[in-house]
Design a protein around this ligand. Structure first.
Ligand SMILES: [Zn+2]
Length: 403
């Protein structure tokens, strides 16, 4: 017999209807949502576990759509060391942050695939992972010091590596088209790394095999190249132009802005969580200067994309995941999104960009029951997502912070 749980007296944010629905009752049957009722109790509660939420806020589990699990960075870490560290970060984000889903943006040695299998089989408790394996770049490319970037060269080099990824069981392919903010002097976000024949071959093999491309692109030329070649999502987009926005819409592609990369420096940190994170991170003066030189333009394109109706999802790219994901929500609001837009981008739209929107991301009958309960109203203040009380993954209560 499947376990039945009834959540009563919920202030419901279902990520489908606008605003909060007060006095809702949501029934979970096994791993799925069986029923959502506005006002009034559930139809049948006999034999069910009933949890009175007392007006707390019931939301879909949060997602981070741009995740690297390494933290802290251990030079020359072994694969077992990295595996243990990745597991700890993923579990902590789930239990202490309510991050029930993660779309991976680069993990070495297919650790992400191994963890996903362990989480899906129930061997270990962890968030839903949508995996990509290594971050694919070129020799002299981006993120080579992180341990999760794999340099490939020449069309055949990319094709072969992508085929190996498909065989290893990844869900999508991460391609690195340009430099980034965080890197050595020869790795600038305005630099393009691929030659035309490399990028065309990489996209062609992904399309042939039906794999979505998650494209790291930070300049207008690279964003347009990625979109024209059929990228599913563009990550970062620090510098864009109006033609980029038009292409996003024409191609129905996603934009994951990763605001944390340019917005989290000592002079920009305002909330106590931002200040705490900036202090712990201790970025070098060079990287602080690069982030601050890029932030105004990044914020401008974030706002214009939002206004233009580009499909957008929350992804942090900032570690550790619990901190990064929650900081990114605050940065969206600080940069001009409403709390409701932000919450949708971190639930429904993040699940959609991850390719699992039919199963997750909203609170609707039939969907998988990945849910969180927070004490305060996140539509009044987005930081209320930090008042975490309960976390459900697949109908199972995995964290209870009420005591
Ligand atoms: Zn990244």
């Amino acid at each position: 017999m499947t376990e039945r749980t009834v959540l009563t007296n919920a202030n419901l944010f279902d990520a489908v209807r606008p605003g909060i629905i007060p006095g809702a009752t949501v029934t979970l049957d096994g791993e799925r949502i069986a029923e959502v009722r506005d006002g009034g109790g559930a139809r049948a509660t006999s034999g069910a576990r009933v949890i009175d939420l007392r007006g707390a806020y019931l939301l879909p589990g949060l997602w981070d759509a741009h995740v690297h699990l390494e933290w802290p960075r251990v030079p020359q870490a072994s694969v077992p060391e990295l595996t243990a560290q990745y597991l700890a970060n993923a579990q902590r984000a789930l239990v202490e942050g309510g991050i029930t889903g993660m779309r991976m943006a680069g993990a070495p040695h297919f650790i992400d695939v191994a963890l996903k299998r362990a989480f899906d089989s129930g061997q270990l408790v962890g968030p839903r992972l949508v995996t990509c394996g290594w971050f694919l770049t070129t020799t002299g490319g981006h993120a080579l010091g992180t341990g999760f970037a794999l340099p490939c060269d020449g069309p055949l080099g990319f094709v072969r590596t992508i085929r190996e990824h498909i065989q290893a069981g990844v869900d999508h392919i991460k391609l690195n088209l340009t430099g980034g903010i965080m890197g050595p002097a020869w790795d600038r976000h305005t630099d393009t790394f691929f030659t035309p024949d490399e990028i065309e071959a990489a996209f062609a093999i992904c399309h042939q095999r039906g794999f979505k491309v998650m494209a790291h692109a930070a300049s207008p030329a690279a964003v347009k190249a990625a979109l024209r070649l059929g990228a599913h999502s563009v990550e970062h987009g620090y510098v864009m132009d109006e033609e980029c926005l038009a292409l996003f819409r024409a191609r129905d592609a996603w934009y994951v802005p990763t605001l944390g990369i340019t917005h989290l420096t000592p002079s920009q940190a305002t909330s106590r969580w931002e200040k705490q994170w900036v202090e712990q991170r201790g970025l070098t003066p060079d990287l602080v200067a690069r982030a601050e030189a890029a932030v105004d333009e990044h914020r401008t394109w974030f706002r214009r994309a939002l206004t233009a109706g580009v499909k957008m999802a929350c992804g942090s790219d900032v570690r550790p995941v619990r901190e990064g994901a929650l900081l990114e929500l605050g940065l969206w609001v600080k940069s001009g999104a409403t709390p409701e837009q932000t919450l949708r981008a971190a639930t429904r739209y993040a699940a959609e960009v991850s390719g699992v929107g039919d199963q997750l991301g909203t609170i609707e009958a039939g969907k998988l029951a990945d849910l969180i309960v927070v004490r305060d109203n996140p539509l009044d203040d987005i930081e209320a997502v930090r008042s975490l009380e309960l976390v459900f993954k697949g109908g199972r209560l995995v964290a209870d912070h009420r005591a």
